[in-house]
Every structure is written in C-alpha cells, then in structure tokens.
Design a protein around this ligand. Structure first.
Ligand SMILES: [Zn+2]
Length: 131
C-alpha cells in the first residue's frame, strides 16, 4: 500500500496515537505495541482511509454520511476514540486541534462527489436542503 499523504496521512498518524494510548491502558503485558489486535485494527483503518471516496477532502468520520466501517471495527473505533479522544488534547495537542479544525469543514454529499468526479459542476437538486 502506498503511504497516505497530507490530510489522510495526518489522520492516520492521529489514529496511531489514539490506538497507542488505548492499547497501553487496555492491553497491558503485551510484548508488542500496539498489540496484534490493535495492529489489525490500524491496518483496517489505513485501508479504509485509502479507499475513502472523499480522498483528501475527507470529513471527520463522526460527520461522514458514508459509514464505510464494518460493524465490528466501527464498534472498536468508537471505543478507542471515546477513551483516547479526551487524552489526545494533553498528549498530542496538535493532532487534537487539527481534528477540531477538520470538524468545522463542510461535508460534501456523496452525490456531489460523484458529480465532481464525473467532471460536471455540482448542481443542486431542487428541494433538497443544502448541506
Ligand atoms: Zn492493544
């Protein structure tokens, strides 16, 4: 897999930090860090980032309308974020702040991405609320 760049790369590194925080406190006594289970999760997360239809315009996952994670991984992600999220501000303030900034970005509707990729200018469907 090619390395994730720019915003996607940062998002992946943010994820690595969060998994590290979570893993240390929840899976003590593991020989490797992150432990094998958490490493699998990170690999999955990386693969999802690579396949994100938004590419570098990716919104934060919490605001994304796509929901690309499978149920089990999504549950795992939620647990990790809930635990590591608040701790990120102290441990990795830059990533935490960058994430807050990303949260404020406008989320593109999946149909608009399709239109953009097809090379047409985005036209609003009448009657649909702009997002
Ligand atoms: Zn772990």
């Amino acid at each position: 897999m090619t390395r994730l760049k720019r915003r996607l790369g940062r998002e992946y590194r943010t994820m690595m930090c969060m998994v590290d925080i979570y893993c240390r406190d929840h899976h003590p006594g593991e020989r490797h860090r992150p432990c094998l289970r958490c490493l699998r999760f990170l690999e999955y997360a990386e693969q999802r980032l690579h396949k994100c239809p938004y590419g570098q315009r990716k919104p934060v996952c919490a605001r994304c309308p796509v929901h690309c994670y499978k149920r089990a991984q999504r549950e795992q992600a939620r647990k990790i974020m809930r635990y590591a999220g608040p701790r990120m501000l102290v441990r990795h303030p830059w990533y935490a702040l960058a994430h807050v900034a990303d949260k404020l970005r406008r989320v593109e509707h999946p149909m608009d991405i399709r239109r953009r990729k097809a090379g047409r200018t985005a036209t609003r469907v009448p009657g649909r609320k702009p997002r």
